[in-house]
Design a protein around this ligand. Structure first.
Ligand code: DQA
Length: 149
């Protein structure tokens, strides 16, 4: 089971800063994720929240229910020690994803509080960032399962 979390303002994809994020909607991204999950034989649960505390709650509640996490923390990437701490606390492998290449943008986007507790980060490939992120999460789960055998 893989949990996909979308952070603040990602519900506005499709109309939000289309020069940066394109015109793809969150609904379309979610459909693509569900399709890939079916192909990979895994189940995904997808949530979006604009609230930092709700994202922290979702990460905490993932313990015992999910084997890996794909997270686009949105602007909280650059501000949230709370989300970083939650990921570190639960110990569930997390893949950080961004639609845009945060390192080509404003300086304040170059720092991620999440990267240091993530397995890895995928940034700059639009919808593909999520799909690559889901693939990475699936491999993490398979590695965990192999290690248990
Ligand atoms: C983002 C990049 C963040 O800097 C920004 O605040 C977002 C979206 C991305 O997916 O490219 O909301 O996480």
């Amino acid at each position: 089971m893989i949990l996909v979390l979308h952070g603040p303002n990602l519900n506005l994809l499709g109309t939000r800063e289309t020069d940066v994020y394109g015109t793809v909607t969150l609904e379309t991204i979610n459909e693509e994720l569900e399709k890939l999950a079916r192909t990979e034989g895994v189940s995904v649960t997808i949530r979006q929240s604009n609230a930092e505390g709700e994202l922290v709650d979702a990460i905490q509640k993932a313990v015992g229910r999910f084997d890996a996490l794909v997270i686009n923390p949105g602007a909280f990437t650059h501000t949230s020690i709370a989300i970083r701490d939650a990921i570190a606390a639960v110990g569930i492998p997390a893949v950080e994803v961004h639609l845009s290449n945060i390192y080509r943008r404003e300086d304040f986007r170059h720092q991620s509080y999440i990267a240091g507790v993530a397995v890895g980060q995928i940034s700059g490939f639009g919808t593909d960032s999520y799909l690559l992120g889901l693939r990475a999460a699936v491999s993490q789960v398979k590695m965990q399962q192999a290690a248990k055998r």
